[in-house]
Design a protein around this ligand. Structure first.
Ligand code: PMP
Length: 362
């Protein structure tokens, strides 16, 4: 068996070690003669695995004690609605400040607009989403309940390499495609959320890390299974959680710890991204339009000199077991998503193919 190098934006590559461990444990988990998928979430063995996964995540991110960690369902898209529903219940005329940096932040804003007035404080669209408007120019209304932004735009490949200082306005961030790629200071954020299917685990689980003092603001009409306070009170098991996804995410957290934690991942991720961008910049054949200060470490979109060559490039890539490089339809060209589980060797092999292709077709 040869594993391919998988550059998919999500659901994305999982570490081989994790998949092999899941395979080895599939029929017989913890000497019970059954799989982790086939027992009650109320079983002591499952509960202790779930608690350990939460603790490992807290260790990796150094989550302070005054934050709740919730394992939810519905993906990041559900959070686009659940965040206003959980945070705006006490406001008569709520206002949400939003930064527009691309497709995902636009979707989050559109959903928030169903529950509150929204105000775009900075709009990267003015720069075709190639750079983040300078912080000094952001127009932040003081009465905003929170400010939402997307630290990494998975489609456009635009990433914040800073946390905006916005005085007392709580920061709410969609870290779906950047969480666990490097250390972060959780205490700078009021709420962090992320769908699992990039750096965390398989699709089906969504992480929410929220400051506990914000848990008393829910709109009364919010369904119980989406009420952060109730979920926190029940250890994310108000109803049946996605048990296999939780287990597999737990294996990923242990794998990350074995790699040396998030500082070690940051070093590798930075190196992977830097070499790919450097190669693209030095070539006249490939192009990435993003401001070098705002380039994503995780998602690297690039175009070929001639779009007519795209199909041929993808065909050659797949023949060489470099999978899922097709760019998002809104951007075109290619996109290499190089999350934690994509080894540095994959980037080296991709660069070799790109070099060779340019030599023959450039
Ligand atoms: N936000 C970002 C930044 C994403 O990349 C994605 C998925 N690619 C989403 C939100 C939507 O996530 P989900 O499909 O889990 O709802």
């Amino acid at each position: 068996m040869t594993r391919a190098f998988n550059f998919c934006a999500g659901p994305a590559a999982l570490p081989d070690e994790v998949l092999l461990q899941a395979q080895a444990e599939l029929l017989d988990w913890q000497q019970m003669g059954i799989s982790v998928m086939e027992i009650s979430h109320r079983h002591a063995a499952f509960e202790s695995m779930a608690a350990e996964a939460e603790q490992d995540l807290r260790d990796l991110l150094q989550v302070p004690d005054d934050y709740a960690v919730l394992f939810m369902q519905g993906g990041a898209t559900a959070q686009f609605s659940l965040i206003p529903m959980n945070l705006l219940g006490k406001e008569a005329d709520p206002l949400v400040a939003c930064v527009n940096t691309g497709i995902w932040s636009q979707k989050a804003t559109a959903e928030a607009a169903r529950y509150a007035k929204t105000h775009i404080v900075a709009d990267a669209q003015t720069f075709q989403n190639t750079t983040i408007p300078p912080l000094v120019e952001w127009d932040i209304p003081k009465q905003a309940s929170y400010l939402h932004y997307t630290p990494n735009e998975t489609i456009g490949g635009l990433e914040f390499h800073f946390v905006p200082e916005v005085e007392s306005i709580p920061l709410v961030v969609d870290m779906s495609s950047t969480l666990l790629s490097r250390p972060i200071d959780v205490s700078k954020f009021a709420l962090i959320y992320a769908g699992a299917q990039k750096n965390i685990g398989p699709a089906g689980i969504t992480l929410v890390i929220v400051r506990k003092d914000l848990l008393d603001r829910v709109m009364p009409s919010t369904p119980s299974v989406f009420n952060y306070q109730r979920i926190a009170d029940h250890g994310s098991m108000l109803n049946t959680p996605p048990t296999f996804a939780w287990y597999l995410s737990g294996l990923v957290f242990k794998w990350l710890k074995r790699q040396g934690g998030l500082s070690a991942m940051a070093e590798i991720n930075k190196r992977k991204a830097t070499k790919l961008y450097r190669f693209i910049d030095e070539s006249d054949f490939y192009h990435n339009p993003i401001d070098p200060d705002c380039r994503s470490w995780m998602n690297v979109p690039f175009t070929l000199k001639d779009d007519a060559l795209n199909a041929c490039f993808l065909q050659e890539a797949e023949a060489n077991k470099l999978m899922n490089l097709k760019g998002h339809r809104s951007v075109g060209g290619m996109r290499a998503s190089i999350y934690n589980a994509v080894p540095e060797q994959a980037v080296d092999v991709l660069i070799d193919l790109m070099k060779d292709f340019e030599k023959r077709r450039g």
